[in-house]
Design a protein. Structure first.
Length: 169
């Protein structure tokens, strides 16, 4: 239902993303990194309009040990640059995926897209994306700032769930 709905208003997207961040913050506090966050793995608990969101598909999730992992996994358009660069990574990969999800909810298409997977991976590793006109013209600077902090190429500079939850958007 997340994807079926199409483009979200900022208010509605903010409500969904706040729930996702709260849930992922809980996972991270308990040493769990999901590693495959995407709209298809976010389900509404009930058919009601204001239903709570639940995170599903923990098949790729992992208990963090020393905070560092190295297995390349995830869904191509949602994978953080450090995973694609085959570098050790941390729970920050989930925050990157939440940035991708937020971007999609607000405009209806992903921040990184290419014809081939190899070109897509190069684009993600560069960490370059745009807020293209006219799709982003009516989206607030606050929302764009929120996304920029989650889609930060450097995982050490990227927002954590806690930081994202404190952002005014």
């Amino acid at each position: 239902r997340i994807l079926e709905r199409g483009v979200y208003t900022e208010k509605d997207a903010s409500v969904v993303i706040h729930q996702v961040l709260t849930a992922v913050k809980y996972l991270h506090e308990n040493g769990i990194v999901h590693r495959d966050l995407k709209p298809e793995n976010l389900l509404y608990l009930t058919p009601e309009e204001n239903s709570k969101i639940m995170i599903t598909d923990f098949g790729l999730s992992k208990m963090e040990q020393n905070g560092i992992m190295s297995t390349a996994c995830g869904t191509p358009g949602y994978v953080a640059p450090e995973v694609l660069a085959q570098k050790p990574y941390s729970k920050a990969v989930d925050c990157w995926s939440i940035g991708v999800i937020t971007y999609i909810l607000l405009c209806g298409y992903p921040p990184f897209y290419e014809e081939t997977e190899s070109k897509l991976f190069e684009k993600i590793k560069e960490g370059y994306f745009e807020f293209e006109s006219p799709f982003w013209d009516d989206i607030s600077e606050s929302a764009k700032d929120f996304i920029r902090h989650l889609l930060e190429k450097n995982p050490n500079m990227r927002f954590s769930c806690e930081e994202a939850l404190r952002h005014p958007w």
